[in-house]
Design a binder for this molecule. Structure first.
Ligand code: NAP
Length: 497
């Protein structure tokens, strides 16, 4: 059981979720070993309603606290997350499989959203608009949206929770969060720490259980004013349709199919390093990871050789073992998808340069794989693989590279390697995506706006933009200020007053 791994076992035992009825339970399984780590409640529609009741009860008191008071709670939450970093990372590796080193990195990343939004809470400024009439004043104030729902995936079980909850709470909203069923313990532990930091009970609840039941209960409840979802485009579409009934505000952080462009003047060694970081982090299970490696012909051979050598150095194993670079895939379905993509590519004429099979460790461990001779019609290029496969497409010029890069319904992230500043801008401006890494394979930061275009979703998380998603705008017109001297003026006729 997970408790035996932790310095503070009560972290994953208690959470706001136990305010709502328990109807059976679901096992949380370590994907490296198959061990059952814990059982969490299956919360039905009634339980979700109870969590929304609690969030609504907490909304008034929480939103009426000053921004400075809310910031103070978030600062304490950040401190507690960092103080419990080891326990949180162990929980993450145990339920998700990623190497402990990456899990520690995710906890620091998760905490950085809390730290950032503690400060952004203080900057939710309104506006005073220059008036058109001496008798009037025009003011804009910002208010919290209200009760918010957050549905998060398993690939970043901690960071995706704080990336949504921290700006929501900073803005004065309250939150009902639904983590992925495979990785609920990280969310429960974070909610427990938020309570210890002084967040009122009910302001951040975690509900575990059947996704469809919980999703429907959250989207059909008119008291839930906003839904923030990170996950697949397919589920994003379902939730958008459901949320239309209550016209909930939406943030959708959906799937990607990132192109990774290596132009012929690139620093090839740097491109290899960036490609490994982007593609193989979290076993290739990140929404911004390079999904199509598009390389110009003059550097293709050198890049391929460098990539194969680097990938062959990656060590696969249990995330708790020292020196491991790549853990297992999350489940059997994920491993089968990787096999299907490789099989389809090979059948179409692609060549496996390294890897290509399940790892000898068995289970869902997979060999880090590089394939070349890939064409844009293959499944590995058309779909998000979400696994440790680097498919290389060789092109002749910048035009073809950009055309292939944009030839997808996704528009989340892209990467480009070149040393020519003119080429950088010409390429960046033509890429139809929300984020571009230039000469880097790593993009994410709490201080930058994260999000996509096209079928990769809408809205931004992180940076100043992230808190805007949780704020309403209220315009207030004050009149009767100057009744004697100037009730009327020349502008009144033209403003439609
Ligand atoms: P998923 O299948 O869409 O699941 C995401 C979450 O939605 C899970 O908690 C899931 O629970 C839940 N869910 C599924 N069906 C639902 C429904 N009908 N109503 C309400 N909730 C529902 O995605 P995933 O496989 O966990 O995550 C991988 C995907 O997320 C990839 O496409 C990746 O690119 C994307 N992602 C995007 C970002 C970004 O910021 N753009 C970041 C990380 C991941 P169940 O597991 O019980 O179905």
């Amino acid at each position: 059981m997970i408790e035996t791994m932790l310095t503070d076992p009560s972290l994953v035992r208690r959470a706001d979720a136990d305010r709502v009825p328990e109807e059976g339970g679901t096992s949380v399984v370590n994907p490296s070993t198959g061990e059952v780590l814990a059982r969490v409640p299956v919360i039905g529609a009634d339980g979700v309603r109870a969590a929304v009741d609690a969030a609504e009860d907490a909304l008034g008191p929480w939103s009426r606290r000053t921004a400075h008071e809310r910031a103070e709670v978030l600062r304490r939450w950040n401190t507690l997350i960092l103080e419990n970093r080891d326990d949180l990372a162990r929980t993450l590796t145990a339920e998700q499989g990623k190497p402990l080193r990456e899990a520690l990195g995710e906890i620091t990343y998760a905490a950085s959203f809390v730290a950032w939004y503690a400060e952004e809470a203080l900057r939710t400024y309104g506006e005073v608009i220059p008036t058109y009439d001496r008798d009037r004043r025009m003011v804009v104030v910002r208010e919290p949206v209200g009760v918010c729902a957050a549905i998060t995936p398993w690939n970043f079980p901690s960071a995706m929770v704080t990336r949504k909850a921290a700006p929501a709470l900073a803005a004065g909203c309250t939150v009902v969060a639904k983590p992925a069923p495979g990785t609920p313990l990280s969310a429960l532990a974070l909610a427990e720490l938020a309570l210890r930091a002084g967040l009122p009970s009910g302001a951040l609840s975690v509900v575990t259980g059947d996704a469809e039941t919980i999703g429907l209960a959250l989207t059909s409840d008119p008291r839930v004013r906003k839904l923030s979802f990170t996950g697949s485009t397919a589920v994003g579409r379902i939730l958008m349709r459901q949320a239309s009934a209550t016209l909930q505000r939406l943030s959708l952080e959906l799937g990607g199919n990132a192109p990774f462009l290596v132009l012929d003047d690139a620093d090839v060694d740097a491109a290899v390093l960036g490609c490994v970081e982007s593609k193989f982090r979290n076993s290739g299970q990140t929404c911004v990871c390079a999904n199509r490696i598009i390389v110009q012909r003059p550097v293709a051979e050198r890049f391929q050789a460098g990539l194969v050598a680097a990938v062959e150095r990656l060590r696969v194993g249990d995330g708790f073992e020292a020196g491991v670079d790549q853990g297992p895939l999350i489940d059997e379905a994920a491993a089968r998808k990787v096999e299907r993509h490789i099989g389809d590519a090979v059948a179409g004429g692609a060549v496996v340069l390294t890897g290509g099979r399940r790892h000898r460790l068995g289970g869902t461990f997979f060999e880090p794989t590089v394939i070349t001779g890939v064409t844009s019609d293959m499944a590995v290029a058309r779909e998000e693989t979400f696994g440790p496969v680097a498919p290389i497409l060789v092109v002749d010029d910048d035009e073809e590279a950009v055309r292939l890069a944009n030839d997808t319904a996704s528009g989340l992230a892209a990467y480009v390697y070149t040393r020519d500043v003119g080429r950088v801008w010409r390429t960046v401006e033509r890429l139809d995506v929300g984020m571009v890494g230039v000469n880097t394979g790593l993009l994410s930061s709490a201080f930058a706006p994260f999000g996509g275009r096209k079928e990769s979703g809408m809205g931004r998380e992180g940076a100043r933009a992230g808190i805007e998603e949780y704020l309403e705008t209220k315009y207030v017109a004050f009149a009767g200020l100057d009744p004697v001297e100037g009730g009327q003026d020349g502008h009144a006729q033209t403003t439609g007053r």
